[in-house]
Design a protein around this ligand. Structure first.
Ligand SMILES: O=C(O)CCC(=O)C(=O)O
Length: 268
């Protein structure tokens, strides 16, 4: 069993408050026994291309070291959602991953930037300000369980998740901030799809919905098992979800429906 915490946190315009809130909610999840905790995409800054430059930080920097300290203080692994990262004259959307001693053991820069245009609904172009990451990210917990990490739009690309599965991932984690158009239409379905086509657990953490903000996040952070069942799901408000992932059930799914050994790549 792996007990995980999904933090759907309210993110506002004050970075200091956002960081304090993240630390408080990590403790809340840890107090309920979570050993692997994920924060949402863009947890130190409002989500929007107009904010990334102002809120960006180097890594290591204040935001990353605040979460590192929280990971150590609570003896938990933390997938630190994402922050706008500055490196030289470039900005990235970056997730730092900390072990339970507060060491940054890996990081993931969003590979697929969120550039979409749905007329009359939502137009968003992260590539106007962000640079894409150029690698996938799989890290390992102390007990050897491998975790693949993507950020939000990365969930739409099954090849990335399949690469993680091939590298041994059992859990796929996507901090994300879907919106009021694609959220209700696709968010849960994409998680179930990635869970089924890779026979992995999928976990997401979104910012809470703030109708005063310029971007309205869908929320609905959730965890899905390898059978495609939703184990827990938040609504739109701030909430900490804690749930047990039964890794034996995953082995059973993989044994009973052995798709990983039945591929016919020569036909694809
Ligand atoms: O894929 C979507 O519909 C939303 C993606 C998104 O909000 C993001 O990548 O931040």
């Amino acid at each position: 069993m792996l007990r995980v915490g999904l933090i759907q946190m309210a993110v506002g315009s004050c970075k200091k408050t956002n960081l304090q809130n993240a630390v408080k909610l990590i403790k809340q999840a840890s107090d309920q026994g979570a050993k692997l905790i994920t924060l949402p995409e863009c947890f130190n800054s409002p989500y929007g291309t107009q904010y990334f430059g102002e809120y960006a930080e180097n890594i290591p920097g204040n935001s990353s070291s605040t979460i590192a300290d929280a990971a150590k203080a609570n003896n938990v692994h933390v997938i630190a959602g994402s922050i706008p990262e500055r490196e030289g004259d470039k900005l990235f959307n970056t997730c730092c991953i900390f072990d339970n001693k507060g060491e940054m053991i890996d990081s993931h820069r969003k590979v697929h930037l969120f550039d979409i245009d749905i007329p009359g609904k939502i137009t968003f172009k992260e590539s106007e300000v962000l640079t894409a990451g150029n690698k996938g990210t799989v890290f390992e917990l102390e007990n050897g369980v491998k975790i693949g990490v993507g950020i939000c739009y990365d969930i739409r690309f099954p090849e990335l998740a399949w690469k993680y599965r091939q590298e041994g991932a059992k859990v796929l984690v996507y901090p994300g901030a879907f919106n009021m158009t694609t959220g209700p239409a696709h968010w849960a379905k994409l998680q179930i799809a990635r869970a089924l086509d890779n026979q992995c657990f999928v976990m997401t953490a979104s910012p809470a919905r703030d109708l005063e903000a310029t971007y309205h996040a869908w929320g609905h952070s959730m965890a899905v098992n390898s059978w495609g069942e939703i184990l827990c799901e938040a609504d739109a408000a701030e909430e900490v979800l804690v749930v047990d992932l039964d890794l034996n059930s995953l082995e059973e799914t993989r044994k009973n429906v052995p798709i990983s050994t039945q591929r016919m790549p020569e036909c694809y």
